[in-house]
Design a binder for this molecule. Structure first.
Ligand SMILES: [Zn+2]
Ligand SMILES: [Zn+2]
Length: 371
């Protein structure tokens, strides 16, 4: 309680005061930024996607960095964090079992759950047996307090010592960074369960919020994440802002990450289609809409689903064939045929997608004219 109220208070007073009296230079702001990234990415890529969800495997060196960055973020050791988080996914929105259930309001899910011992947050390590086998996680667990002090005080002080202003670096890289990096993570438990779109599923309160992704290293695509939690990406499209995903992918090129898990694109598309269909039905159920338009919706929905199934099948075949080619030469014509039908299907999908949105649009305008 003291820690969580004192640190923001001190940051609000001391950081501007020192800035007014002495000023900060570029080096000190870079130290702040570097430590923000160190903490933030250790939580998102390490604590969250690697340890809690096993979305990929990390090299011991990388796990060590994440263990240090996690201690620096002061969000408890990885065992507590992952145990709470797995419970959050398993019992999401159940107020008595989800440790930071959004159903208990913004304040509770943001930070309230940490401030007091609630029953829903009781320690129970039975769901992290795999992490208890991890030597680095164990080491962090045993030396947590020491690591917290080293990374939060010794590290920024050392950065300041190199530059000749220890206090400035302690204030920016230590204090301000600590408060900001903590609240950024908490936003994912609060805002990302309140504001945004339920693109892939409405089974939980999790939302996709691209704006939130900008400050949470990509974790704002929280509806996708709760729907496909084993995926190393949260922003599934290549253009979705998800620096955590980009980092994990880049590290795989140098062997620091392996076994990156992805969801089949057809499965993702199917989930999205089903949500759109469900929403259209709810929206237009009691409206005055021509029967043929209703029939069209059903028909396009069926067709779209079938096409996605075909696409998935051909895609699997194509991936297998590519694999095979590495071992033996797959007959040339066979390969060409596969590739062609795969391309055709992708084209058909594009047309289908257009038709689907056309139907949704005409439904909407039919409602508008009827009203
Ligand atoms: Zn998660
Ligand atoms: Zn969540």
């Amino acid at each position: 309680m003291l820690l969580f109220s004192l640190t923001p208070l001190l940051a609000v007073i001391l950081v501007p005061l020192y800035g007014y009296l002495d000023g900060y230079d570029l080096y000190e702001w870079l130290a702040f930024l570097g430590m923000m990234l160190f903490c933030g990415l250790s939580i998102t890529a390490g604590y969250h996607r690697m340890w809690s969800h096993k979305a990929y495997k990390g090299h011991p060196f990388l796990r060590l960095i994440f263990a240090l960055g996690g201690a620096c973020a002061l969000q408890n050791d990885v065992m507590h964090w992952a145990s709470d988080h797995r419970r959050h996914h398993r019992h999401v929105d159940q107020n008595d079992r989800d440790p930071y259930s959004a159903g208990r309001g913004f304040w509770f899910s943001h930070i309230g759950w940490i401030l007091r011992n609630y029953d829903s947050g009781k320690e129970d390590f039975s769901n992290i047996k795999d992490i208890q086998q991890d030597k680095i996680a164990l080491w962090q667990h045993q030396h947590y307090l020491l690591l917290v002090l080293l990374t939060n005080i010794a590290l920024p002080a050392f950065l300041g010592f190199l530059h000749g202003d220890i206090i400035a670096c302690l204030l920016l890289g230590g204090l301000l960074r600590l408060v900001m990096s903590q609240h950024v993570t908490y936003l994912i438990n609060s805002i990302a369960h309140m504001w945004g779109k339920q693109t892939y599923s409405d089974a939980s309160s999790a939302r996709d919020n691209p704006l939130l992704a900008l400050i949470t290293y990509g974790e704002g695509y929280h509806n996708y994440h709760h729907t496909f939690q084993w995926d190393y990406r949260n922003g599934v499209k290549w253009w979705h802002f998800d620096p955590t995903k980009w980092m994990i992918r880049s590290l795989s090129w140098v062997g620091l990450t392996t076994d990156l898990k992805r969801t089949d694109p057809a499965r993702v598309e199917t989930a999205r289609l089903q949500m759109q269909y469900q929403r259209a039905r709810e929206q237009f159920e009691f409206r005055d809409i021509p029967d043929n338009l209703r029939a069209k919706l059903e028909q396009e929905y069926e067709q779209f689903q079938q096409l996605l199934r075909d696409w998935n099948e051909t895609r699997q075949q194509w991936l297998e064939a590519r694999e095979k080619r590495l071992q033996e030469t797959l007959a040339q014509w066979e390969r060409m045929e596969l590739r062609d039908s795969y391309k055709e299907l992708k084209f058909a999908l594009k047309i289908q997608r257009k038709r689907w949105h056309e139907v949704l649009r005409s439904l909407r305008s039919a409602v508008a004219t009827a009203a």
